[in-house]
Design a protein around this ligand. Structure first.
Ligand SMILES: [Mn+2]
Length: 447
């Protein structure tokens, strides 16, 4: 093969992170004796300090921070001073940093200001613009949030790709298809594709996701999990560039504390000792996965078991028991919560029809029941009040206070209520399978 005649393009890496949410509290951790409370307080800062260490150790070319660097306005200048100090460590190592603001740290939200250290470029909010990095053959395009609620599609007005450069777009967005994240700077994958960039360094979604490989469209996720919906490793994405092409992505963890949701299926388990053995086994497993970090765990019991009622009535004792065992296993382990979501084992669950005879009988008799006159009179008075509040146009079609309206509606209403009661009762008697809000997947998390 002939040697390349063109001037050698540098072989380098850059680091893409977002959603630092510096000084955000970690949520949902109830303190108890032995819980590692103090060590978690500064987790977001410690995670960013690790990210800086990592950038320096890996000798990255530059760092991109794609918005929500702060969780909100600084309570005092301490937050800003600390952050500028960390950025200065990058500058001292010859690493430039590119920053945009997101919905949490929009210009209008962070009222205290400090000027950026040398080597740090903040993209302005008024319109997107481009910075050319000659030494790397890179063009970085970006735009900050001026206000929290940016509802415009910012991507559409990003500059065209710079020819003969590796083009990187930096954008904080609730990309289409990520419900539950608020429609901040909404755009579609096609909007991003049409720009002809090589890499979209996105922020806002806290779960890491490589949305597309051609071009690369990447949410690195946040750098430190802050509650039970932000489980697993957290960090940044290291991007490797060779001959003007992106040749590899690497997820690098920099979180100092981790969250895990341990679901134990107790189907067929019928002794407390067995439950505890299972708990120990799974806690050891997640501890090993956390690799020496602090670990906050939610334990959830599921499945049909003869222990169902004992677990439910003694949830508090079980919580303390598990906390105690966790303290035995490691001082780095915090039991966030125990959730008992078991069901009765088939043998001990009763035939529904033996259940609440009174309620069933009432539900079945309701349609034929004659209501006492005073009750009807009182209902008629309420209906008159309702009628008076209705617009005349509606009252012309249906007037609840019309002379025989009540008599006509009652049988149907009684039928309906009877059916509703029977259905409700059946649902209440069935094992609960509904997931509650808190245990939904991470995408629902606040971003
Ligand atoms: Mn955000």
């Amino acid at each position: 093969m002939l040697p390349r005649m063109s001037p050698a393009l540098p072989h380098f890496t850059f680091l893409h992170a977002a959603d630092l949410h510096l000084d955000s509290p970690l949520w949902g951790l109830k303190s108890y004796p032995g819980a590692p409370a103090e060590r978690l307080r500064k987790a977001t800062r410690e995670a960013f300090a690790l990210l800086v260490d990592l950038a320096v150790a890996r000798e990255v070319g530059f760092v991109i921070l794609a918005g929500d660097l702060f969780d909100g306005d600084w309570p005092d200048f301490n937050s800003g001073l600390w952050f500028m100090g960390e950025l200065r460590r990058l500058t001292a190592a010859g690493i430039q940093t590119f920053v945009i603001r997101g919905n949490h740290d929009a210009e209008s939200k962070v009222t205290r200001k400090l000027s950026w250290p040398e080597g740090v470029t903040e993209f302005k909010s008024k319109k997107p613009h481009t910075v050319i990095l000659k030494e790397f053959g890179v063009a970085v395009h970006g735009q900050s949030y001026g206000e929290q609620h940016v509802t415009d599609n910012l991507a559409l007005s990003y500059p065209d790709a710079a020819p003969d450069h590796l083009n990187i777009g930096v954008l904080h967005t609730g990309l289409e298809g990520y419900e539950g994240h608020g429609h901040y700077a909404p755009c579609t994958l096609d909007d991003l594709r049409t720009k002809g960039y090589d890499y979209w360094a996105l922020g806002h979604i806290h779960k890491r996701e490589v949305v597309s490989e051609s071009p690369w469209v990447v949410f690195p996720g946040n750098i430190q999990g802050r509650h039970i919906k932000e489980t697993g490793p957290k960090g940044a994405t290291l991007v490797e560039v060779q001959d003007g092409q992106i040749v590899g992505l690497e997820a690098v963890a920099c979180d100092v504390a981790r969250w895990a949701h341990v679901v134990l299926d107790l189907t067929g388990t019928d002794s407390e000792a067995e439950v505890l053995v299972t708990v120990d086994r799974d806690l050891k497993r997640v501890l090993a996965e956390a690799d020496g970090r602090l670990l906050a765990v939610r334990v959830e019991f599921q499945g049909a078991t003869t222990l169902d009622s004992a677990l439910r009535t003694e949830e508090h004792r079980w919580t303390q028991e598990i906390r105690s065992r966790a303290a035995d296993l490691s001082e780095d382990l915090w039991i966030e919560k125990l959730k008992v979501r078991t069901a009765p084992a088939k043998s001990e669950s009763e035939d529904p029809s033996d259940g609440d005879d009174t309620l069933i009988a009432f539900a079945e008799r309701l349609p034929e029941t004659d209501l006492p006159r005073p009750v009807l009179n009182s209902m008629a008075r309420d209906l008159q009040k309702l009628s008076a509040k209705l617009p005349a146009s509606v009252r012309a079609m249906i007037d609840p206070a019309a002379p025989d309206a009540l008599d006509q509606a009652l049988p149907e209403a009684q039928q309906f209520l009877g059916a509703l009661l029977r259905n409700d009762w059946q649902r209440a008697a069935a094992p609960s399978t509904a997931e509650d809000e808190e245990s939904r997947p991470e995408r629902g998390a606040k971003a």
